[in-house]
Design a protein around this ligand. Sequence first.
Ligand SMILES: [Zn+2]
Length: 443
Amino acid sequence: MKTKIINLLILLLTSFLVINSSSTSTINHLNDNSIDYNKSNNFYLNQDISKILEIIQMVNETLILGYLEDLVEFSPRKTGTYGCERAAIYIFEKFVEMGIDTKVYNWTSFGNKYNPGVFSGKNIEATLNGNNKKDEIIIFNAHYDSVWISPGADDDGSGVAAVLAAAYVLSKFEFNRTIKFLCFSGEEVGLLGSKVYSKSAYENNDIILLEFNADMIGYAKTDEDEKKFRIYGTQDVDWYVDQIENLNIQFDFNFDLTRGILAEDRMGGSDYYSFSRYGYEAIAFFEGQWNQNTHTINDNIENMNIPYLTKTSKLIIASIAYLSDMFIDHPFIHIDSPDKGYLYFEGKKINNLRDKKDEQLRTIVFDDIWIWVDIHSEVNSIDKVEFYYNGRIQYTDTEYPYKWRMNKISFFNHRIETIVYDSEGNTASDWIDILFFNPRIRD
Ligand SMILES: [Zn+2]
């Protein structure tokens, strides 16, 4: 009952804000820029659109090119080399200059099977705290390391320039949710920096609603290439990719967007995979046409398309700003226990299992165990949570806290999936693969 009242209040507040924002004089003024706000009938903007427009206008080619030129100066930026460390210091100093709360996390980690050996690097994190939903985090990240022979202008100087530009512009505004700007190293040798970061965020129970990944977003050789942009999101945030499509039209970017789904259980080509393997939602952006200079000496500024990079950055930054303020009418679900990557015995968390970099996280459970889930739903109430074992439904819970006792005879690996349904029929799911040893059914 209490949640129903809260939801009602939120709905009332939403409608108030919509009425309020559409009646401000800034909207009329902004119409001078000949943007037609009624292009799509199903587009429901529940926030002040003039703020997004102002943000888009503040991202420009001079800003983006400035960051990109500086980064390329430090090339090559292979993880652990002096150039990479210099790039880290540069990024840190830029965030500090912007007046954003900035932290540096040093990490040391083993590379993947293609890059054996020990690597050390720094994750640079700048945090813009949210006003009234501070605990809810939106991440925008890119990687500043490159391969040994490459200037890494597109891969991934382009993404880092976009992250810096985003921090520069968005730090001049206030948002409801917290936005974290992250620059990782170690990406090219096994997504190392982001793996250390996402593991610690997961263990810290950080509420990361969505991670935005920009890796190679500034290459376009032909007029045709310039029209294209690719967006891949995890299944549960496909609805937000719809919103990005709407922003693309509403704000006249008019990219011909290619959409795809990021499979959470498949090895990924960029840092988003470090987040999605823990069940976090992710959206990854890529230029429309594959850059044949990738990982070569020709991935330099001359081969970049700065107007295109500025435009792709604008759309990403608008998407982040929009999400940071909106009322989210879709649920999020997260398996709270058991934790991915751990060994459990009689329901107790015993040990962290070694992370084999190129594979799924391993979770091992001896004896029966309760599967607990956490739900995040801002606007709608929750109808039910379903629990599946190897694709077969086992239990439906309708009362908080949502949980199911997994008490079956087992000696093998099983996939446990949970699906939440809200009152509007929106769904979200999370899953965990468990190597489950339980020789008998327990009382
Ligand atoms: Zn990359």
